[in-house]
Design a protein around this ligand. Structure first.
Ligand code: AMP
Length: 600
């Protein structure tokens, strides 16, 4: 069923590089431009102040750092101003410039306007960072149908059509972020069992380690710090990034930059040889941090490495031999090479996008929350007053959509209202979590059943959180939708941003008007459709898979007959799904839902 709304694409919005893809003739394809599949995530202004993006912008990074911005993804979620020429922008506005160019590239390749997208983010992005990404998409003129996690997206193109259940560890080490997810694929359904990551650890940090090493050696020799002047620093950083890449293939490389500095009126050259061994020593602590995250993700999923069937590598930094060697050593497993580390995420986003459009092209996605969500609650009293702590309502790694309730008691019978403070985070101490909303609910005074307050959290797949607080005895309730609270912009600011970007896009020589689109490019012969019946079965059973996931999570907390019931029902449901027995899946799902409600 094709949509008449304009094309929908999948976008991997990376720190270093971005990729757009779409399902064409039933196959996910990268939407390239003049053969270039990857677009550097860099924006800039040319000498006339016109917007430039991608390779052209990256090429001027060293010469004109003040009118070029790179690695904006690292600043998403913070409303810090970013200078570009003599103007300042917010991080979503800068990302919108990259997305607008990708949208244009996609429209050229497809030969029709593109107005919707699935955009990927690191699994560990918090709600603010996701919201910033969503707003960037909207500022670029895209309806963002879904924000999905990068490792999850990579899994969507992996093992397509396989029947056997598999547990996959996706290790995603990109330019700016590191992310690891444990994913289960079964009966055409993808479930994320756990995700862990570091939004501030990526290939950029490895470049920085090499930059510092090189600059310190130069400083020792010549007494000049090459990092002091931004253009020189950028030049050296680019040389280091190139050297790092070459070290993935060569055991030793030379960093050579002519006339990099001046001393006593004499130009100085930089020539340094770096061996792979030296480089590995520099980056070992960073690689070890990724290994620690993998251990945590396994722990969160309640699994050992022996229960993992495949180790999938995603992201350019996984090409580094030390990374592969450490994974082999720690996890006694040969990493899989089935997915192109640079393209898998965008291709998976394209698969998800096509499914939103009604095409049956891939497994169904059961995503999980990256953070615990809850409220501030009183957990005891001291002479100094109440002890206020974070009380979780939706736990990290719960499958989405999630709907959970928690009962609380009034602090005293005469209490006629309660402030509900919604938090996101993993700490018992309130201050160590992120405040994401507050509202007040009026209550009727009285004890007994009147002292009970129920707080319900409903989190949708696109990250919208609805919080309701009720007094069941009286029917009093109040609710708030947190999406707005997370917005990075006030309404007027947003209008201003849209108008300002619109003018920049219009003036840019790079971007096309939709009506000027050329005819679509010719695609290669489509590959045969992948196991459509099986995948259909997957999409039918998404809610059953979510129930199984919940049962799996609750199983360790249940004892006696309930535990046995839960286990046998889950097993029967799994078999019914595998046999594509719709009526049995429906009735077993209902039974499982009941028992889960009861044990919860
Ligand atoms: P991604 O965000 O997945 O596009 O990854 C980009 C990162 O991968 C950048 O930090 C690149 O420097 C790094 N990268 C790409 N190719 C290689 C390579 N052959 N060896 C080491 N790092 C690489």
């Amino acid at each position: 069923m094709a949509s008449t709304e304009g094309a929908i694409v999948g976008i991997d919005l990376g720190t270093t590089n971005s990729v757009a893809a779409a399902v064409v003739d039933g196959q996910p394809q990268v939407l390239d431009e003049d053969g270039e599949q990857i677009m550097p995530s860099v924006v800039g202004l040319d000498p006339e102040g016109k917007l430039i993006t991608g390779v052209v912008a990256r090429n001027q990074l060293a010469a004109f750092p003040d009118r070029t911005v790179a690695s904006i993804k690292r600043r998403m979620g913070k409303m810090e101003p970013v200078s570009l020429g003599d103007q300042t922008f917010t991080p979503p506005e800068i990302s919108a410039m990259i997305l607008r160019r990708l949208r244009d590239r996609a429209a050229r390749a497809l030969g029709r306007p593109v107005n919707r997208a699935v955009i990927t983010v690191p699994a560990f992005f918090d709600e603010n960072q996701r919201q910033a990404t969503l707003e960037a998409g909207e500022l670029a003129g895209l309806k963002v149908e879904r924000i999905i996690n990068e490792p999850t997206a990579a899994t969507l193109v992996y093992h397509a059509g396989e029947h056997d259940p598999k547990r996959i560890l996706v290790y995603d080490f990109g330019g700016g972020t590191f992310d690891v997810s444990i994913v289960r694929m079964e009966a055409g359904v993808v479930e994320v069992l756990s995700s862990k990551g570091d939004t501030h650890l990526g290939g950029d940090d490895l470049d920085l380690a090499l930059l510092n090493h090189t600059a310190e050696a130069f400083q020792k020799e010549h007494g000049i710090d090459l990092r002091a002047q931004p253009p020189t620093r950028y030049r050296l950083l680019q040389a280091c990034e190139q050297a790092k890449r070459r070290l993935s293939a060569d055991v030793s490389v030379e960093i050579a930059e002519e006339f990099i500095a001046e001393k006593d009126g004499q130009p100085l050259n930089l020539t340094q040889t770096i061996t792979r061994e030296e480089f590995e020593e520099l980056i070992a602590p960073l690689v070890d941090r990724t290994i620690a995250s993998v251990d945590e993700a396994l722990r969160d999923a309640g699994l050992t490495i022996h229960q993992i069937d495949d180790l999938v590598l995603v992201g350019g930094s996984t090409r580094i031999p030390l990374v592969q060697q450490r994974l082999r050593e720690e996890f006694l497993r040969e990493p899989s090479r089935a997915v192109d580390p640079d393209l898998a995420v965008a291709l998976g986003a394209a698969v998800q996008a096509a499914m939103i459009d009604g095409e049956s092209v891939g497994p169904v996605l059961v995503d999980v929350t990256g953070h615990t969500l809850g409220i501030e609650a009183c957990t005891g009293m001291t002479f100094a007053g109440p002890i206020l702590q974070f009380s979780p309502v939706i736990h990290r790694n719960s499958p989405l959509p999630a709907r959970y309730e928690q009962s609380y008691s009034k602090m005293f019978d005469e209490q006629d209202g309660a402030d509900i403070h919604v938090l996101q985070g993993e700490h018992a101490e309130v201050e160590r979590n992120r405040s994401i909303g507050k509202f007040h609910v009026e209550l009727e005074e009285g004890g007994g059943e009147r002292s009970r307050i129920v707080v319900r959290f409903e989190l949708t797949l696109d990250g919208t959180l609805q919080v309701t607080a009720m007094q069941p005895a009286t029917g009093r309730s109040e609710e708030v939708t947190i999406n707005n609270a997370l917005s990075q912009f006030q309404a007027e600011e947003r209008d201003r941003a849209e108008a300002r970007l619109g003018a920049m896009f219009d003036a840019s020589d790079e971007l096309l008007e939709d009506e000027d689109l050329p005819s679509p490019k010719q695609w290669n012969e489509p590959a045969p459709p992948r196991n459509a019946a099986h995948e259909d079965a997957g999409s039918k059973y998404a809610s059953a898979a979510a129930l199984l996931e919940k049962a799996h999570r609750l199983q360790p907390t249940v004892t006696g007959d309930d535990a046995e019931d839960l286990q046998s029902l889950s097993e029967n449901l799994r078999q019914a799904m595998a046999a594509d027995d719709e009526p049995a899946v429906a009735s077993l799902s209902e039974e499982l839902d009941d028992i889960l409600f009861y044990v919860q």
